[in-house]
Design a protein around this ligand. Structure first.
Ligand code: ZN
Length: 1006
């Protein structure tokens, strides 16, 4: 287990740190390792230990460590009594010859009172002795043999290859023999039930408390499995015994020949599958090849790599595991808490572990990738063979792997051990060209934060499947070239997370851990219902959350960091799902911060205080999730949000062509699509040729199918009566245009559409206005759906679908290309609002189509709308299909930009044609409360020549009253250039009239 080894490592580090000065000489003089023979009795009632230690002391060892909790009763060196003088838990030894015999008699009490994490404790339940529980001479490694009086009904465990009863009696004297040098030994004792069996030459055993003895067979079976796995991978297990020991304290850790697992932990179902294997692997790395803490702890990273990571690989989840490592690093490690790998000793907190376990495991993964699996495995075996029971540093690892691979790995180790941070990979636009039968792909790459050379794995998706490649970078900026047999469509850089690197924005998931690890994490305290969250609030404060009243969370503030909301988030944050699922007791949702993608935001909602308390600190075990639900403290939903795998890069298609004469005449297309219920015929609004093609499709379909309707984006459904009256012949064209508010709600040259409307009127083909009020769409585009009033929300279609990815991407490009960001606004939020407005628009038009077809089940419909609402079927067609289930076809004029596959069912190449154009006053006229007001003039304006001035309000034309722009335009549209009209204006309260010559605007294009 991680938490356990942590503690072990910490103490050993202290021991080693004290001995740095003499370590070199001792390690070289292996033959003169001190040898301790310890005999102890433990009084569980009195919580005391007493005993003796006889030590064979080498000449160069010059001090004894007693610790602060032991009392020496006598100290005899070579038969001569010394008066001990203990300073800071140490006693200096007088000069003595090699092989001197030291005899210490001691006692101590370990009540563990008040220490939440005691190193030693003796109680009626048993003993747990892992700190300075015996006096010993100061040496990084020593030999130990231990005899313990074990009371009846108890069992003891310590480092041992053999355990025997030395003297039976009340109590038994049990002898533990461990023949290898070791930094320290440990002793635990409890009323264990012992189960034993053999695996190969190894005695394996479980020491479990009576209530947990049912777990023995499972632990023995997993122990066999891991011993077999690692003997095959690394060679023989270094000891003759291995025991799984239940700890009476909630903590536990791994040491030579046994692992201590805390009571609660031992019962968790995943422990035998993960942590047990990790601890068994420490038998090789950490507990026999010892760690030189003065040069950094390499063993947690290596053990994580060959245990936890390896098990994920065996499950087929290696890439996801390694991505999690990167996510943990990004969540918890920041500039101010990062250490170099070389300075890692033990993982007290998540930031340290993300480096010492996670980053270090990735360094071993990259090392294996660089030197190959064979050299890596050979290096591991050499390390074990050469460094068994020796204190081993990163330098030893570097030497062993360099020898095994024949490569100079100095730069690699130096870079990754001594430099903070992770790799960053960025790619510019790839280019494709074709040469002969192959496709050449040029990819400009930039790689920072790594040693060179480095191989970057790349997966190339082609029309024929995906191909794995590796590109070698020798400098930080390079354009790499790949040759492919099929045209490449997409590149994925480092798809399996083989590199220790920063994630690209689209790979990042909105995880709870990102909120927990964010230095800016802030809890927004609710105005109401705060009481029921008080236990959670307390816990979050302890975990470093700042708090702020929710009323003080402004847009400006939220863009600065990570926020967690309780009970509800402000209205203007619309990312959280509105619909609550079937009344969970407690739910949490984490989303990307819409105002700043570098942070996340979260929302917690609970039914009541009881539900919050029931979840308790369990909530913090789910860092790798984005959505959580609990019911009475039991987790019922856990989901991680989406994130791409690997750095995904679209490859723009290379230029292709088709023969110029593959086209069908439009009449043949009409024949081919005649049986489709809905024909969407697109347009580029200002192209007359597109509208003539629309009319041809309408005529062709109407000849075959008399029950036809025309749906038009250009008219709003609220003015349907004007359309109906016009088609019925009960109003004239000018009245129709005024009542349909054509000019103010659409405004393109009416002659672009007039042929279609005249045909519909003559043939009595219903025309259906599909559009929504312009004000509604622009309000949503500015502020998002969340900001509509309740009356406005009532106008929205029910059940809107989101935008598909392709559509979002096209909208995103349009948004940025037209620079629709409002200065000082919030671009990501504005983009979301823009997309919401487009979706609202499309959904409303789809709903109008569905509504008409539901009322006229036998009818066919031609829908006229801009290409943007129809291309790739994304805007209206698929939504209308969701609502109607009716067949459809899309017939679109070719796009102005690049043409891509899937753009439409039929692509038209309409003629270029000039529509008639109404003459103009050549004045800029805007609506106002009093009527249309003149704001300026075009060059050569007849209105200006006649004497109309800026600020004049137009109130009449040719003796007709004008009250709005539609009145004026509907009158002018049927005049001719050169005609004179009498324009009445008010200026400063006075009514004036001017005869104005109408003119056709000057146009540059044909
Ligand atoms: Zn470990």
């Amino acid at each position: 287990m991680r938490s356990s080894s942590t503690r072990f490592c910490r103490r050993s580090a202290l021991l080693v740190a004290l001995f740095l000065l003499c370590r070199a000489s001792l390690v070289s003089a292996v033959s003169s390792i001190p040898d301790h023979r310890i005999m102890v009795s433990i009084d569980l009632e009195k919580q005391q230990i007493s005993g003796s230690v006889e030590v064979t002391v080498p000449q160069e060892v010059n001090a004894i460590r007693v610790g602060n909790d032991l009392r020496l009763r006598s100290l005899v060196l070579n038969g001569k009594s010394l008066v001990p003088s203990v300073v800071s838990g140490r006693i200096a030894l007088p000069p003595h010859p090699d092989g001197s015999i030291l005899l210490l008699v001691y006692e101590g009490a370990f009540k563990g009172a008040g220490d939440p994490d005691p190193a030693n404790i003796i109680s009626r339940e048993g003993a747990y002795l892992t700190g300075d529980w015996y006096p010993a001479v100061e040496s990084p490694l020593s030999l130990f043999s231990l005899k313990v009086h074990v009371p009846k009904g108890f069992q003891a465990v310590a480092e041992a290859d053999t355990v025997a009863i030395a003297e039976s009696g009340q109590p038994n004297l049990v002898a533990f023999e461990f023949p290898h040098p070791v930094p320290a030994i440990h002793l635990v004792m409890a009323p264990y039930v012992v189960a034993r069996e053999r695996f190969r030459a190894i005695e394996i055993a479980t020491y479990l408390l009576p209530e947990d003895q049912g777990l023995a067979q499972q632990y023995l079976a997993y122990t066999r499995r891991y011993l077999q796995m690692y003997e095959e991978m690394l060679g023989p297990y270094p000891f003759r015994r291995f025991a799984v020991v239940e700890n009476i304290l909630p903590t536990g850790y791994g040491m030579p020949t046994f692992t201590l697992l805390g009571r609660q932990v031992l019962k968790l179902p995943f422990i035998p599958e993960t942590s047990l294997g990790h601890e068994i692997l420490h038998s090789w790395f950490g507990n026999s090849v010892y760690v030189d803490y003065s040069s950094g702890n390499w063993s947690e990273g290596l053990t994580s790599y060959l245990a936890d990571q390896h098990y994920a690989v065996l499950r087929g989840e290696g890439a996801q595991y390694r991505k999690n490592v990167l996510e943990e690093y990004e969540s918890y490690v920041h500039g101010d808490n990062e250490i170099e790998v070389r300075h890692f000793l033990s993982g007290e907190d998540r930031a340290l572990r993300a480096v010492g376990y996670g980053k270090t495991a990735m360094i071993f993964h990259m090392l294996e990738g660089r030197i190959g699996a064979d050299a890596f495995n050979a290096g591991l075996k050499t390390l074990i063979r050469e460094r068994r029971f020796k204190i081993t540093s990163w330098a030893d690892l570097q030497r062993v792997f360099s020898q095994a691979s024949g490569q100079d790995l100095r730069d690699f180790f130096r870079f990754w051990l001594d430099r903070k941070g992770a790799m960053e990979i960025t790619a510019a636009q790839p280019r494709v060209s074709e040469s002969g039968k192959a496709y050449r792909l040029d990819l400009p790459l930039r790689v920072e934060g790594t040693s060179f050379p480095v191989e970057i794995p790349v997966s190339v998706l082609t029309s024929a499947g995906s191909e794995r490649r590796a590109v070698k970078m020798t400098t930080s900026e390079q354009t790499v070239t790949l040759s492919m047999n099929s045209p490449p469509r997409r590149l994925v850089i480092d798809p399996d997370y083989d590199l220790f690197r920063m994630l690209s924005p689209s790979e990042r998931r909105p995880l709870w851990s990102r909120l927990l690890g964010d230095p800016t994490r802030t809890l927004a305290l609710p105005e109401r219902n705060g009481d029921k969250y008080s236990s959670l609030t307390e816990e979050l404060r302890l975990r470093g959350f700042h708090t702020v009243p929710v009323s003080e969370v402004t847009r400006a503030r939220i863009r600065e960091g990570a926020y967690l909301f309780l009970d509800s988030a402000p209205d203007w944050i619309s990312v959280f799902s509105k619909a609550k699922t079937a009344a969970p007791g407690f739910s949490m949702e984490i989303k990307g911060n819409p105002f700043n993608p570098r942070h996340v935001i979260g929302l917690v909602q609970a039914a009541g205080e009881e539900e919050v308390r029931a979840v308790g600190s369990r909530l913090f075990h789910y860092g790798q999730q984005s959505r959580l639900e609990f019911s009475r403290g039991r987790n019922v939903v856990k989901e991680a949000g989406p994130g791409e795998l690997g750095i995904q890069i679209d490859v723009p298609p290379q230029v292709t062509g088709i023969p110029g004469k593959v086209g069908l005449p439009l009449s043949a297309i009409v024949t081919a699509v005649a049986d489709q219920t809905i024909a969407y015929v697109g347009e580029r609004h200002d192209r007359y040729g597109d509208h003539l093609a629309q009319l041809e499709v309408i005529q062709g379909l109407h000849e075959r199918h008399r029950e036809l309707a025309i749906g038009m984006e250009m008219f709003q459904s609220r003015y349907q009566k004007a359309l109906d009256d016009y088609i019925a012949g009960s109003i004239d064209e000018e009245t129709f245009l005024r009542k349909a508010h054509y000019f103010t709600s659409w405004g393109f040259n009416y002659f672009l559409y007039r042929d279609i409307l005249l045909y519909a009127r003559n043939e009595k083909v219903p025309v259906i206005g599909l559009n929504i009020p312009k004000e509604l769409a622009s309000k949503v585009a500015r502020h998002g759906l969340a900001h509509l009033s309740d009356e406005e929300k009532a106008l929205l279609p029910k059940g809107m679908d989101g935008a598909d990815e392709g559509y979002r991407e096209r909208l995103r490009q349009a948004f940025h290309m037209h620079q629709m960001e409002i200065p000082g606004g919030d671009p990501p939020r504005q983009l979301e609002s823009f997309i919401e407005a487009q979706v609202l628009w499309d959904e409303s038009m789809a709903a109008a189509i569905a509504d008409y077809l539901a009322r006229h089940p036998g009818s066919q419909m031609v829908v006229l709308a801009g290409n943007g609402h129809l291309e790739f079927g994304s805007g209206i067609p698929r939504r209308a299909y969701r609502l109607t289930g009716k067949s459809y076809v899309t017939i679109l004029p070719h796009p102005c930009g690049p043409l891509e596959e899937g753009f439409a069912d039929y692509i038209l190449f309409p003629s270029i044609a000039q529509p008639p154009e109404a003459p103009k006053l050549l004045a800029a006229i805007e609506p106002s409360g009093e009527g249309p007001v003149v704001k300026g003039f075009s060059p050569g304006s007849g209105a200006e020549e006649a004497g109309i001035q800026e600020g004049d309000v137009i109130v009449g034309v040719d003796h007709r009253q004008v009250s709005d722009l539609d009145d004026l335009q509907a009158f002018l549209v049927f005049r001719r250039a050169g005609e004179k009209v009498l324009v009445a204006v008010t200026r400063g309260g006075e009514r004036l009239e001017f005869p104005v010559e109408l003119k056709t605007p000057f146009r540059m294009h044909p």
